[in-house]
Design a protein around this ligand. Structure first.
Ligand code: NAP
Length: 309
């Protein structure tokens, strides 16, 4: 039999967990689905220092604390890899590889995933030196030299995290200026273990059988090719929305991000979207949490206004 809920939340990152907290505290029946462990990108984040109330907290620790809050008023959490959402007006059918759920409302909080660079050697050495998660893999490169590719917040923050364990971090960036926030930049430039290669186009992750040995790049100014020796390569060249399974709803923009109004409504009544998956300028834990609070409350209003409670 298909289980029924007032709201099914797709994704248990900070946004999804906050929506669950607010909706369940309004006495709604709530199911949070995730295809991995709760916490989302927080699980791939070392130290967090820009979430109010915590001077310094690790991503996994904050995820645990948020999970405890989000389930405190009865919200359920289950594994579910969502393959499709069908809109049937008064109810939505959420299809997963473990079975289907019927929901009066749906909150999409599926987040974003790391973009791949698309160079030779990247797929070949994935898991054998190429990584997209410093927190998960840093320990494999203790006292070694590693490369970080990218110049945004993720690249520089995770590069700094890596300096705690590795011998040297070389950041290879395609421009001569970082995109990362100023405070992070300042710390990176002051860190003796960090070096920078500017105006560089990465051509290849080079290696031998089963292991990375370096990164080959072209200097955009001179056209010369160089190899930075490294046993690990951490790629942080931006993010892509995880919205493939929602394309049929017609709620995404031309790049795949979900468009909402300020109340987190998508174009489909009763379907909301929050956090990193939303077309938005700022993607932070604090903004995802804010979105989740709004969506949790709006779900309740929607159910009242449509006589669905
Ligand atoms: P991002 O801000 O989009 O930065 C991506 C970086 O990769 C940029 O420096 C970009 O270069 C570079 N890049 C993109 N495509 C490339 C390519 N094909 N080849 C080489 N370099 C390429 O992505 P992000 O750092 O993953 O951050 C994602 C979002 O999460 C952002 O909104 C960020 O602010 C947020 N975030 C916040 C925090 C925090 O507040 N502590 C931590 C992590 C992430 P250009 O600069 O030349 O475009």
């Amino acid at each position: 039999m298909t289980k029924k809920y007032d709201v099914v939340i797709i994704g248990a990152g900070p946004g999804g967990m906050t929506a669950a907290l607010y909706a369940s505290r309004s006495n709604l029946s709530v199911l949070m689905l995730d295809r991995g462990i709760y916490g989302g990108e927080m699980n791939n984040t070392g130290d967090i220092e820009n979430y109010p109330g915590f001077e310094l907290v690790t991503g996994p620790d904050l995820a645990e604390k948020m999970y405890a809050s989000s389930t405190k008023f009865g919200a359920e959490y289950a594994y579910g890899n969502v393959s499709n959402v069908e809109d049937h007006g008064e109810y939505k059918l959420v299809q997963t590889d473990e079975g289907d759920y019927e929901a009066k409302t749906v909150v999409i909080a599926s987040g974003a995933e790391h973009r791949h660079l698309g160079v030779k050697g990247e797929e070949e050495f994935s898991g054998m030196g190429v990584s997209y998660c410093a927190v998960c893999d840093a320990a494999f490169f203790r006292n070694s030299d590693v490369v970080v590719i990218g110049g945004g917040d993720s690249a520089i923050e995770e590069g700094l995290y890596l300096t705690q364990l590795v011998n040297k971090v070389t950041v290879i960036h395609r421009r001569d200026q970082l995109r990362a926030q100023q405070i992070i930049q300042k710390r990176a430039f002051a860190n003796e273990k960090m070096e920078f290669v500017w105006n560089a186009t990465v051509e290849e992750i080079v290696g031998e059988t089963n292991k990375v040995t370096g990164v080959r790049y072209t200097d955009k100014e001179t056209g010369e090719e160089h190899v930075v020796p490294a046993s690990g390569v951490f790629i942080y060249v931006g993010i892509m929305p995880m919205t493939e399974q929602f394309k049929n709803l017609g709620i995404t923009d031309d790049q795949g991000w979900i468009v909402t109004d300020e109340k987190m409504n998508t174009k489909v009544p009763g379907i909301f979207a929050i956090g990193d998956v939303r077309a938005n300028q700022l993607r932070q834990i604090a903004t995802a949490v804010g979105d989740g609070g709004v969506a949790g409350q709006q779900v309740y209003e929607y159910l009242i206004n449509h006589d669905l409670l």
